[in-house]
Design a binder for this molecule. Sequence first.
Ligand code: AHM
Ligand code: MG
Length: 325
Amino acid sequence: EDYSPPSTDIITLTRHVLTEGFKQRKESAASGDLTILLASLQTTCIGAAGNTNVQGEDQKKLDVLSNEIMINALKASGKTAVLVSEENDEAIFVGEKQEGGRGKYCVVFDPLDGSSNIDAGVNIGTIFGIYLVKEGSKGTLEDVLRPGREMVAAGYCMYGSSANMVLTTGNGVNGYTLDNQIGEFILTHPNIRMKNRGKIYSCNEGNSMYYSEPVLKYLDSIKYPKKEGAKPYAARYIGSMVADVHRQLLYSGIFLYPSGANAKDGKLRMLYEAFPMAFITEQAGGLATNGTERILDLTPKSIHQRCPVFLGSKDDVEDLMKFFK
Ligand code: AHM
Ligand code: MG
């Protein structure tokens, strides 16, 4: 048995981001600011975690509530210039006169993803990505209509039996769990890495009649493996991107939200769903593609544009891409 005393060296998210993340960062002048911005995002996620337990009528308004909390907190942080939310048709430009001032960061986010799952108590989450404004810019649409590879940080918070924050600043992926007693995210999953090959596929297969040939053939290949003695992949699909991607980071596998005859670019949004999850997946050793191109090399033409999403373990995603050739 282990009689060692409890650890007295607790690594909080803020401490970790300050000490570890920034050892590697180039824009040192901005790094303190990014820490403050991430602290502000943490606070909004803790707020959302508390609210996701609200019952009944109030649940319907949860996505609206989360959105307002995030916008207010991000503006008040003094570190933002442009905000893009799934809940708002237009981007929000932070004015110079904003209390706390205007900052250098653009935050793109889905305040409460998977909202169709709320009433069933299934895990939901917040997804976000962060850009630094271009040199000399005061914050315009051009600062967010950029390739995903230019993001400086991305993350999500999943609300379930515990609240889990997963974050990358371009130097690997770390996971933190909210400690309700002290109200802080604690480093619990340092340096998350996916296996090169998983055993799980995750998609809404009910849409098969809309799927394209390459996707159907790929799915067939993992369900009816040709190799003697090989087992088929297991299906797991929650229908909350945050929860499906979270499971995948920990267990490995492939997540698919393809385009279809019914939806030319699929369902997921490029800027604040696909990019952050692609960034995190790559940083955990995986790949993310729209079938033919790396997701992080795409450039959105408008803030709510959609794109097909395939991401996960490297070998699995490479297998899929062969069917697109
Ligand atoms: P939402 O933004 O309306 O919540 O939709 C996004 C969600 C994702 O979390 C999830 O991956 C996807 O929709 C599931 O879609 P479907 O129900 O078509 O399988
Ligand atoms: Mg969403």
